[in-house]
Design a protein around this ligand. Structure first.
Ligand SMILES: Cc1cc2nc3c(=O)[nH]c(=O)nc-3n(C[C@H](O)[C@H](O)[C@H](O)COP(=O)(O)O)c2cc1C
Length: 271
C-alpha cells in the first residue's frame, strides 16, 4: 500500500509526524510519503470557484499535495489540537478543498484514517470532529479516527494506550472495519457521533445537520475527573503556570523523549 500523510503540525518529529510514520509502518506501507503543511506554501482560498472546472489559479504547493493524495492507496491525516480545535494549517488546507470536487471519482473509496494529538487529556475539544469532517469533505473513505494524548514532542510514545490506538487505525486502513467506539450512537445518514443536544427533544448531527427527535433525560450526572475546565480566571492562571512549567518538564524528560523518538522513528519521505 502506497500511503501518503497530511501533517498539520509545524513540529518536525513532533507527535503528528512521528505518529503518522509509526502508523504507516504498522500498516506495512510499501512506500510512505508525508507533507508537513506548515513547511509548504498554501495560500488562502480566494473563493473564485474556478477550480471546480479548471485548475486553481493560485500558485503554491497545493497542486503537488493533491497529486500525492490522488496517487496514494491510503491516506493518513494528523494534526494537533490547538485551542480545542484543528490547527490553522489544517484548516487552510481544507479551505482549498473545492479542488476535491473535480476528483471525487478518484477519491471515493480511497481509505483514510487519522488522529489528532492533544496535550491535555480531554483537551482536544472539537479537533476530532474537525478531523472527521476534513476526511469526509475530501471525499475519502473514513475508516477511523482517534485522539493521541501527549504534549511534548515524542510524548505519545510514553503512553502505552497510544500504541493500541495506532494499531487499530493501521488495521482499519489496510482493510479492516471502520473503527467505532463501543455502544456508539451515530447519525443514520453520515454515521458520525457528534450531536448538538441544545434543544430538549431534538438533537442535530454536527456533521451533516440531520435532526432527530429524541427522548433524553434532561439530567446530567457528571463523571468526576473528566473534562478540561478553563472557564474562570483562577483556572486560566493555573493553566498558564502549567504551560510555563512545560519547559522544565521538557528538560526533565528530554533524554527519554530523544530515546523514544529514536526507537520509534519509522521511515518516511517528506515531500
Ligand atoms: C498554540 C497551541 C495550542 C494548543 N492548544 C491545545 C488544546 O487546546 N488542547 C490540548 O489538549 N492541547 C493543546 N496544545 C498542545 C498540543 O496539542 C500538543 O502539544 C500536541 O502533542 C502537539 O502535537 P505535535 O507534536 O504534532 O505538534 C496546544 C499547543 C499549542 C502550541
Amino acid at each position: 500500500m502506497k500511503i501518503f500523510a497530511i501533517i498539520g503540525s509545524p513540529r518536525k518529529r513532533g507527535n503528528s509526524e512521528m505518529g503518522a510514520r509509526f502508523l504507516a509502518s504498522l500498516a506495512s506501507a510499501e512506500s510512505f510519503q508525508f507533507v508537513r503543511l506548515a513547511s509548504k506554501t498554501i495560500k488562502d482560498c480566494r473563493a473564485c470557484y474556478r477550480c471546480l472546472e479548471g485548475s486553481c489559479p493560485l500558485e503554491d504547493d497545493y497542486g503537488l499535495i493533491l497529486e500525492k493524495i490522488l496517487e496514494a492507496d491510503g491516506v493518513i491525516v494528523a494534526f494537533p489540537s490547538y485551542f480545542f480545535g484543528e490547527n490553522a494549517a489544517a484548516k487552510r488546507f481544507l479551505d482549498r478543498g473545492l479542488q476535491f470536487y473535480r476528483h471525487f471519482e478518484t477519491l471515493r473509496g480511497k481509505p483514510a484514517v487519522g488522529f489528532v494529538t492533544a496535550g491535555m487529556e480531554f483537551g482536544e475539544g472539537y479537533a476530532k470532529l474537525a478531523l472527521d469532517n476534513m476526511i469526509e469533505r475530501m471525499g475519502l473513505e473514513n475508516r477511523g479516527t482517534d485522539v493521541l494524548y501527549g504534549a511534548l514532542p515524542g510524548e505519545i510514545f510514553l503512553r502505552k494506550e497510544n500504541f493500541g490506538k495506532m494499531e487499530k487505525l493501521a488495521g482499519a486502513l489496510t482493510g479492516g472495519e471502520r473503527v467505532r467506539r463501543e455502544g456508539e450512537i451515530s447519525c443514520e445518514v453520515c454515521g458520525y457521533s457528534y450531536f448538538d443536544f441544545a434543544r430538549e427533544g431534538t438533537v442535530s448531527c454536527l456533521i451533516c445537520g440531520t435532526r432527530y427527535e429524541v427522548k433524553v433525560s434532561p439530567e446530567l450526572s457528571r463523571i468526576e475527573g473528566s473534562g478540561v475546565h478553563l472557564f474562570d480566571l483562577d483556572k486560566l492562571v493555573e493553566h498558564r503556570q502549567w504551560l510555563i512549567g512545560m519547559k522544565q518538564r521538557f528538560l526533565a524528560v528530554r533524554d527519554e523523549l530523544k530515546r523514544v523518538i529514536a526507537e520509534n522513528l519509522r521511515p518516511g519521505e517528506e515531500i
